[in-house]
Design a protein around this ligand. Structure first.
Ligand code: SAM
Length: 341
């Protein structure tokens, strides 16, 4: 964990041309012109963070990311804001601990942003194994620690692989692909993105061709490659993305100051469903076991987006990775249970 912006290596390009997704919409809901502390829980290359700090001279920002390489880049981009921007390495499911450590126990943010999924830095760095556009070791870890995608593919039981491909990739041929991988790994470990891609295509009865579309997630323009779903599923399992997200949204809502805003941008339906349901539950309140009705004092949020906000056609044309983005926002209510950290 670092309390100050990090310096990147001088030979790395700055990311000033990296365009954050739905940035105007995110700022509109976060309303940083009110000042105070904002948390960017997925600071990535610092695009949203930079826009927020530029728009609101009275705001300061704590940027979190589990990827130390992203933090280096964000640190360089945000260095010009001095003490208004601080960065910490960690998982956003640990928001409460990270915040307490960085700010002291009484910090209650005025806004919290989560821009989910992988960054372009992760997708476009071949050796990290997120993308089937490159041949690379099967890694896919956003941060350090935990199983790599290779360990999962080679060690998980066939039934578990099938469940992951079905549940996290919504892959219709999950069982057939799991069976093919389980058979292939008895001959030799499956340890590269190219080998995995070949095996999936074979199992699906597709000719091996050039990768198309996504490259690691359904976030790019063009036709979706037939292996996209399995790659997405593995990435979600490697990084425990859905469990991370559930905990994050709930904690964020509880930590916010009165009238504080939470904004989450997701990129596929599994993520969006979790965001939608968690915000809805926190807005409805906990069910009283005696009356069977929601307890009014436990309604801690008001949802601001009845439907998810989508990027405009102009944004999608300028930045194809925004295509599947959906933004949801909520505001912390004045009443509600104690949210003391
Ligand atoms: C889409 S990028 C964010 C891009 C950023 N908003 C920007 O404008 O540059 C998502 C980032 O979230 C990070 N991330 C994903 N899951 C995380 C988690 N559970 N905890 C912390 N960071 C996470 C990834 O490492 C990645 O850098």
């Amino acid at each position: 964990m670092s309390g100050r912006p990090r310096e990147g290596r001088p030979d790395e390009p700055l990311d000033a041309d990296h365009v954050p997704v739905l940035v105007e919409e995110a700022l509109r809901y976060l309303a940083p012109e009110r000042g105070g502390l904002y948390v960017d829980a997925t600071v990535g290359l610092g695009g949203h963070a930079e826009a927020l700090l530029e728009a609101a001279p009275g705001a300061s920002l704590l940027g979190i990311d589990r990827d130390p390489r992203a933090l280096e880049r964000a640190g360089r981009r945000l260095a010009r804001f001095g003490d208004r921007a601080r960065l910490v390495e960690g998982r956003f499911s640990e928001l409460r601990e990270l915040l307490a450590h960085a700010e002291g126990a009484v910090a209650r943010p005025a806004g919290i942003l989560g821009d989910l999924g992988v960054s372009s830095l992760q997708l476009d760095t071949p050796e990290r194994g997120f993308s089937f556009r490159f041949d690379a070791p099967l890694d896919m870890r956003m941060g350090s620690g935990g199983h790599t995608a290779g360990e999962i593919v080679n060690r998980y039981a066939e039934a578990d692989l099938a469940r992951i491909f079905k549940d996290y990739g919504e892959e219709r041929q999950a069982r057939r692909i799991a069976r093919a991988l389980a058979a292939a790994r008895t001959e030799a470990p499956i340890d590269t993105t190219r080998r995995l891609r070949e095996l999936i295509l074979e199992a699906k009865g597709r000719a091996p061709g050039r990768p198309s579309g996504g490259g690691g997630g359904p976030r790019r323009e063009g036709r979706v490659d037939p292996v996209t779903r399995v790659f997405q599923a593995l990435r979600i399992e490697v990084n425990r993305e859905l469990a991370e997200l559930e905990r994050f949204v709930d904690e964020a809502a509880r930590l916010l100051a009165e009238d504080g805003r939470v904004v989450v941008i997701s990129y596929h339906s599994l993520e969006d469903r979790i965001v939608k349901n968690t915000l809805r539950d926190l807005a409805r309140g906990e069910i009283d076991e005696v009356t069977g009705r929601p307890r009014a004092e436990s309604r801690i949020l008001e949802v601001l987006t009845r439907k998810p906000v989508r990027p405009s056609p102009a944004e999608v044309a300028a930045n194809p990775r925004s295509r599947s983005a959906r933004l949801r926002a909520a505001v912390r209510r004045a009443t509600g249970e104690s949210a003391e950290p």
